[in-house]
Design a protein around this ligand. Structure first.
Ligand code: COI
Length: 355
């Protein structure tokens, strides 16, 4: 793919800063944004016009294709600051690769790797003071691409915008989570876009999730189209611990290939924990909950890190999970965050130093 920009990013700095006087720790997840953003456009078959500008609204024609046909994809990443104010990303190559896989599935142009990394690292160097330091806080990074061409003929756009915005964020979930197992709705289908980080996958979750919230739960565990097998939890991949074996659904066209998911599997295997990437049925889960072999359920994702699921409901039956002594969720969370915040050795070379 042609590109005429690469390291040639124009930088227009903001004249004033919105950086709060009392710092950026413990802000509500994804609600405030830094002073600058990265933006570039795809036109005439080329990515071009890469720049960092003050964070600002976009002006888009009402016929802009993303509004009509939903060609929109995104990634979720985090920047972490250690005790020496050094700044790190966690496995950013995986996000870059997945962005392009999502682009292909949504008939959008792939973004050159150099452009992704140049935009990202330049932006983070400018926004370094916005990276929180308190435990559980980080700078959430949202790279995304939208169809920006005009016209409502149902066809892929010929123009696109790629942007990166950043949000200093506290925890995604402040508490453990209760879930409803889906009996009717599915997140994804074979042949569909479940493995892509397509915006519509998330929008389609809001209605069923709201129904679960009305019943007093926080999230849904999505099941396959026959509602037999467990797939993902809310916006996270989901893990089950039955006795001492860790189980999670295998990646497929329906399951997002999560960076946190694959890191947990690597860590678990490295520690000698038995891991099975296989389908887990609702019946198996209920049975394990009844006979006491179900020790833990947890969600895993960039935003939520590792979030314990302490109760599930299925067809009006409720199952509460007792608290375990040596929790896998707590252990993996500590291992992962120690690597992310540069508090431990990085055996697998997952840290990526920015500054
Ligand atoms: C992430 O974990 O980064 C996600 O993409 C979930 C998001 C919808 C908050």
């Amino acid at each position: 793919m042609e590109t005429d920009i690469l390291t040639n990013i124009k930088i227009e700095k903001s004249e004033t800063s919105k950086l709060p006087k009392n710092g950026v720790n413990n802000l509500k997840f994804g609600s405030s944004f830094t002073d600058h953003m990265f933006i570039c456009t795809y036109k005439n078959g080329k990515w071009q016009d890469a720049k960092i500008t003050p964070y600002q609204p976009l002006s888009l024609d009402p016929s802009t294709r993303v509004f009509h046909y939903g060609q929109a994809i995104f990634e979720g990443m985090k920047a972490y600051k250690d005790a020496n104010n050094d700044i790190f990303l966690f496995r950013p190559d995986k996000n870059q690769e997945r962005l392009n896989k999502s682009a292909v599935r949504m008939q959008m142009p792939e973004l050159p790797k150099e452009l992704f990394f140049d935009g990202l690292t330049t932006l983070l160097q400018i926004e370094k003071d916005w990276i929180p330091t308190a435990e559980g806080n980080s700078l959430y990074i949202r790279p995304f691409m939208i169809a920006s061409g005009h016209g409502i003929y149902a066809a892929p756009s010929d123009e696109y915008i790629f942007m990166i915005i950043c949000s200093p964020s506290g925890k995604y979930y402040a508490k453990d989570v209760n879930v409803v197992i889906a009996e009717h709705y599915s997140r994804a289908a074979n042949g569909g876009v479940g493995a892509a980080k397509a915006a519509g996958n998330y929008g389609a979750q809001f209605y069923p999730t709201q129904q679960a919230i009305k019943k007093g739960f926080n999230q849904i565990i999505w099941t396959d189209s026959t509602h037999t097998y467990l797939e993902e939890a809310g916006t996270m991949n989901v893990f089950f611990r039955i006795n001492d074996t860790l189980l999670t659904a295998p990646t497929s066209e329906r399951i997002l290939d999560g960076v946190t998911r694959k890191s947990i599997i690597t860590l678990a295997k490295d520690m000698g924990i038995s891991v099975e990437e296989r389908r887990v049925s609702v019946e198996e889960l209920k049975e394990a909950a009844k006979n006491g072999s179900l020790k833990e359920i947890f969600g895993a994702g960039t935003a939520a890190v590792i979030t314990r699921i302490v109760k599930f409901s299925y067809k009006n039956e409720e199952f509460a999970l007792p608290k375990v002594e040596s929790s896998y969720a707590d252990m993996f969370k500590k291992h992962l965050t120690d690597i992310q915040y540069n508090r431990s050795a990085d055996k697998f070379n997952w840290r990526f130093k920015i500054l």
